[in-house]
Structure formats: structure tokens, C-alpha cells
Design a binder for this molecule. Structure first.
Ligand code: ASP
Length: 352
């Protein structure tokens, strides 16, 4: 008996086969996937390395230690990301993450597993502290890639995830301060000792390669603080917030998601590496493209963007880099030399 899934799979396989036949059903000439140019040193066995946004300094060590003990690269980086997701003091992700304009914490995450070419994502997920694990469950247990909102939560509950309040007391107070200061003419009193909180961003992206050259990537976030309810940033979008191709490398992003979505920065950075660029060159090239795609209302008088954004990249042979629009950002790395923060390459020097 043919099940619906068998039917869908064989139909998809047949369609895929047709599309690569010369002059096939769509009349297209097949295009071979470009080969990865051999980078200096790439003939050596890959060396395990984990990189992440700076807030992942504890997580890269956990992930690296797991990888050298043989844990799968995606499981290992998600274990690293879970540390931030479950830390109530990290207000950019998971428990204690900044809420939306209504005071509701809505979380986004996506992941890719290089060796099996699979991906999973969740968006606007409420009441579950570890969206990275829910994204992986979407990848592992469904034929879909992305679930959002109420459906994503129901799926998580069905999979056994625990529902819990994610708004911590500190984050609730920050939200109230933001709300009170929105409009000087409303009935909320502004207090001079209030910290000025307007827009705040933050996220964790982590990427890893092991000694076999197996690569994975994952990004998790509470998104932009005070966002319009329902807003999705780049983090849950495969190809923007993170991307992984086991033949080439992985890349991900933190910072203004709206800017990244327009250049599909995770994918673009991996494509730059596929063309032969080193990770540092690849992230800078992506940043240049992003600046070129920035609308004028977001440019300062000197023509530079009025926001910041970072890209992180690791190549199959273990080379890595991270880049930021503005000087001063750092990122976390762990390899055989241990966990440490390193400096991002940048487009614009500080103060100029
Ligand atoms: N990229 C995240 C988003 O736009 C936020 C951040 O990384 O700061 O949702």
C-alpha cells in the first residue's frame, strides 16, 4: 500500500529527477552545483571548532567538549545555546528575553544539520524556553521546516516540552518603563531615574564543524525588544538567521534582522565561501551587500547605517571569522586552545 508520505516522497523524487534531465519538463539546461575551490590548508583534515556570538562564551566550550567526545555537531551546539536560553539574565533569548509591545515573550529559532541536509524552525513561540530544541524537533519529527505561533506551541507541548512563564520580574519592569515612556501625554508617569530603554537587540548564533568535517548551525532569539506582536526577525528564517551547507561551511547572524532578511545573509555568506572567499572576506562581503540594500531612512548623515549587525562564519576546514558593521564587537570561539573572545572584522572604524 502506498502511504501519503510515500506518495509525496516519490512524487518529489520524480519531479526532482525530471528537472535535471537535459531539456526536461521545465525546458531548463541543468546547472552543475559549483565545486568548492580548494582553500590553502583545506587538504588537511578539518579541525573541530565552535564559534558563536559573544554571549555564547560558556556555550562554545560546552559544545566543543561534546563534539570532541563524539556528540553530533547540532546536538552539541544546541546544548551550548540552551545555556543562554535558560539563563534569566540573558535578556536577548529564551527565559527572561525581552517581550513584544504587549509584554508577551515570543521566541524564534532555526537550525540546520549539514550531514543530513535538514532544517527546522519555529517563530513567535510562547511559553517554551528552548526554541532551539523545538526547531530541532520540527526538523526531526515532521515533514515541515517551520512552525509558528499557536501551532508551534501546540506542537512543542505535544512533543513533551514544558510550558512556563518566560517574563521575568526584571524584564517585566523594563517593559513597563518602555511603555510608560512611549508617550509624554499619556497617563503613565515618566521617572527621571528610569533607564532609557528604546530598542534593544540580542540573539545567540552558534556554528560548529567536527574532525570529520560535519557542520551545523543554530540561532535562537527573543527578537527585537518591544516588537509588534507577531513580528518575525531573521533568526527563524533558514538562509537569513543561519545557514549550513556541509560541503562548504555555516554562517549566522545577530543584530538588526530586518536588514539581514533582505540579503539572506546566512546563505549569502556561505555562498561567498563556496566561491573561494575566506570566512573573514565572506562576512565583509555580506556586510557590504547589506549596506547597499539599506533604505535611506536608516542611514546616518554620513551615509552609514544607524544600526549594527554581525555575521559569523565557519568553513569546512575549520577556518572561522565574524564581522560587524562597526568596530568593537567580539565573538566567542572554542577549539583546542579553549574558549575565548575574539574581535570581529568590521567595515567602519569606531568614531569615524
Ligand atoms: N536578529 C534578531 C532579530 O532581528 C535580533 C538580534 O540579533 O539582536 O530578531
Amino acid at each position: 500500500m502506498t502511504t501519503r508520505r510515500d506518495f509525496l516522497t516519490s512524487t518529489a523524487a520524480a519531479a526532482a529527477a525530471l528537472s535535471v534531465l537535459p531539456g526536461g519538463a521545465q525546458g531548463e539546461t541543468p546547472v552543475a552545483s559549483p565545486a568548492l575551490p580548494v582553500a590553502p590548508g583545506a587538504e588537511l583534515a578539518p579541525r573541530p571548532v565552535v564559534i558563536s556570538s559573544g554571549n555564547g562564551i560558556r556555550g562554545v566550550k560546552v559544545a566543543y567538549d561534546q563534539i570532541v567526545r563524539g556528540t553530533d555537531t547540532l546536538d552539541a551546539i544546541i546544548a551550548g545555546i540552551n545555556i543562554q536560553e535558560l539563563d534569566p539574565d540573558d535578556q536577548s533569548v529564551g527565559l527572561g528575553g525581552f517581550p513584544n509591545a504587549d509584554g508577551v515573550v515570543q521566541l524564534d529559532a532555526s537550525c540546520m544539520h549539514g550531514p543530513t541536509k535538514r532544517a527546522g524552525a519555529v517563530g513567535c513561540l510562547e511559553d517554551i524556553a528552548t526554541p532551539s530544541l523545538v526547531a530541532k524537533a520540527v526538523m526531526d519529527y515532521t515533514d515541515h521546516i517551520m512552525l509558528v505561533g499557536a501551532g508551534a506551541k501546540r506542537f512543542a507541548l505535544d512533543m513533551g516540552f514544558r510550558s512556563q512563564p518566560l517574563l521575568t520580574e526584571k524584564t517585566r519592569q523594563d517593559w513597563l518603563r518602555w511603555k510608560a515612556r512611549l508617550n509624554p501625554n499619556d497617563f503613565w508617569l515618566d521617572h527621571d531615574d528610569d533607564v532609557k530603554i528604546k530598542f534593544s537587540t540580542g540573539t545567540i548564533n552558534m556554528n560548529a564543524v567536527n574532525a570529520k568535517g560535519e557542520i551545523s548551525s543554530c540561532t535562537s532569539t527573543s527578537g527585537m525588544a518591544w516588537k509588534i506582536p507577531g513580528r518575525l526577525g531573521d533568526s527563524p528564517i533558514v538562509g537569513a538567521g543561519q545557514y549550513c551547507d556541509n560541503e562548504v561551511g555555516a554562517a549566522g547572524s545577530t543584530g538588526r534582522g530586518e536588514a539581514n532578511i533582505k540579503v539572506c545573509g546566512g546563505f549569502l555568506t556561505v555562498e561567498h565561501m563556496r566561491q573561494g572567499m575566506a570566512p573573514a572576506q565572506a562576512v565583509l562581503k555580506t556586510l557590504e551587500r547589506l549596506v547597499a540594500m539599506t533604505e535611506s531612512r536608516l542611514l546616518r548623515p554620513d551615509g552609514r547605517p544607524n544600526f549594527d549587525i554581525q555575521f559569523y562564519a565557519v568553513a569546512k576546514d575549520g577556518r572561522y571569522a565574524a564581522g560587524s558593521l562597526y568596530e568593537g564587537a567580539d565573538f566567542a570561539v572554542c577549539d583546542e586552545k579553549g574558549p575565548r573572545l575574539e574581535t570581529c572584522v568590521f567595515l567602519y572604524p569606531r568614531g569615524r
